[in-house]
Design a protein around this ligand. Sequence first.
Ligand SMILES: O=C(CO)[C@H](O)[C@H](O)COP(=O)(O)O
Length: 215
Amino acid sequence: MIKIAPSLLSADFAYLKRDIDRISTADYVHVDVMDGIFVPNISIGVPVVRSIRKITAMPLDVHLMIDRPVRYIKAFADAGADILTVHTEADTPEQITAALEAIRAAGVRPALSIKPRTSAEALLPWIRGISMVLVMTVEPGFGGQAFMADQLPKIRAVREMIDRYNPGCELEVDGGIGPDTAGLVIEAGANVLVAGSSVYGAADIPARIAELRKG
Ligand SMILES: O=C(CO)[C@H](O)[C@H](O)COP(=O)(O)O
């Protein structure tokens, strides 16, 4: 089954409860955490995740676009994240292993993301022990960017890797996903689609979520 994870980056932060209620037919709430160092933008942090946790029972899929994420795993886990995604590029391999172990120890689903210029092979040291891979199909940092079609072969390669080493692992894609690109990433092997502007920019949000799910 295809899952949809609307990105709150495209929500109105003054009306977060309203905008989370509007995506109740989706599967995950995708929360983009940016630190202004790992990516050239600053978004939201631990207190906002804690507040969101109080107003929804939907799984919180928290994407940490932050440098040296091991420092903040416990705080985001305690705030109520259900999935915590760290980037392979955000620290040394040893510290990425430590971050994933800390996520597991906190009882949260561990996930690993790669930026567009990072190869699928970068996931190999960790692929057996993670719950989800997130392939970025834009340079992380901003919503509303164009989908990078040159990432499709990498999505296929990650799908092969998952089927071989960890078939229960989910494959999420993020960046430029809308009615024109959902089918492409599903065909390439993705089963979780993050979508910000195409969901929150839609006149009928439940209809758009259903449309994306069909691909
Ligand atoms: O992680 C992100 C940016 O770094 C966002 O989740 C992503 O870009 C979604 O926005 P859109 O669907 O508008 O492309």
